[in-house]
Ligand binder design. Structure first.
Ligand code: ASP
Length: 345
């Protein structure tokens, strides 16, 4: 029997539109304190669960998110891990998919729900989507069967779908349905009832305690290809001495220009120890560097395949793997292997 009662949930409020109010001078939105959210959603107090809240200081627009912020968030979850059955992270939508992806790698052996949500309209406005998002996220975080949580993952809830966090990307700055998970099914569909897709949810197979990873390598670049990209622009990345990794956003199934200078730059970057990962610019589908000659040239140059990783998951996975201090062979192995359900291969 599924139930939500008598659980302890911790809401971690980081900022984002959900709690923002308009500045009377500039008319721009800026984050406001948690009591504002509580006043707008009095239901929080009458839930069958114990619900506590912690607010970040300062509250931020999520376009100010940094890896240090992720460490702070992961540490906070670890600190309260044994006291709560589930966690809600209220977060701005702009970088929510990055944070969800990063957290999934940082929280090893996670056995409890960590549900990120936010809204497109501030919670104080008449047509806000924030109230429904928050209430449903709490229900999901509290849902359990025979004492076990139904969603022991880092997940993202928005509008009427629950997604695996590291499979998401923000695809609309306007619609309430702001996120997509193009290469992985929803973990739950929400209508009158919450229908969990148990086959898609990862359930732990061993009982290990939570371990958080705090070291992330941040000297990484995302190089998005476009027709006409210049040698100088590519060199600015490939010849940057500090860059340890490059996410190469390629075309289609992982193709790039075969111009000699380009292949040479990529090859040299790999030779000098940079990890180069091929991720497609396509929203859905996967990288297969053996499909076309143009892709094969990258494979031969030593580029690793990102298969169906999103840029958000590929970038944070690379930060995580480099942060572990692995050599490029082990990074290669782990990059193509599913660590947290982020990749289909
Ligand atoms: N700029 C806001 C943020 O990401 C947008 C939002 O929350 O929807 O914090």
């Amino acid at each position: 029997m599924d139930s939500q009662g008598e659980m302890a949930i911790l809401i971690i409020y980081t900022g984002g539109t959900i709690g923002m109010v308009r500045d009377p001078g500039t008319n721009a939105l800026h984050p406001f304190d948690f009591s504002h959210i509580q006043d707008q959603v009095p239901e929080i107090k009458s839930f069958g669960s114990t619900i506590d809240a912690i607010a970040f200081s300062p509250l931020i627009d999520s376009s100010d998110v940094t890896p240090e912020f992720w460490v702070k968030l992961a540490t906070l979850i670890e600190k309260h891990y044994l006291d709560y059955d589930g966690f809600i992270v209220l977060h701005g939508t702009d970088t929510m998919a990055y944070t969800a992806s990063a957290l999934s790698f940082m929280l090893e052996n996670l056995q409890k729900p960590v549900i990120l949500t936010g809204s497109q309209l501030p919670i104080g406005t008449l047509r806000t989507d924030g109230k429904e998002n928050l209430i449903t996220a709490i229900e999901i975080a509290a849902a359990h069967r025979d004492g076990q949580p139904l969603v022991p993952e880092v997940a993202l809830y928005f509008e009427n779908r629950l997604y695996r966090g590291n499979r998401t990307t923000k695809t609309s700055s306007e619609h309430f349905n702001a996120f997509s998970s193009p290469n992985y099914p929803a973990l739950a569909d929400i209508g009158i009832n919450i229908k969990y897709n148990h086959q898609a949810i990862r359930y732990p197979t061993t009982l290990r305690s939570l371990h958080i990873h705090q070291r992330l390598e941040t000297d990484i670049a995302v190089l998005k290809l476009f027709p006409g990209i210049s040698e100088n622009m590519v060199k600015a990345v490939t010849r940057d001495d500090k860059a340890r990794g490059i996410i190469l956003e390629t075309y289609g199934s992982g193709n790039a220009t075969t111009e000699d200078w380009f292949i040479r730059e990529i090859q040299d970057a790999v030779k000098h120890g940079k990890v180069v990962v091929n991720i497609t610019q396509c929203l859905a589908g996967k990288v297969d560097m053996t499909a076309y000659e143009n892709g094969r040239r990258l494979l031969d140059a030593g580029v690793m395949g990102g298969y169906d990783l999103t840029t958000e998951a590929g970038l944070t996975k690379l930060m995580f793997l480099l942060g572990l201090g692995l050599d490029s062979q082990r990074i290669h192995k782990n990059m193509e292997f599913s660590l947290r359900g982020e990749i289909s291969s």
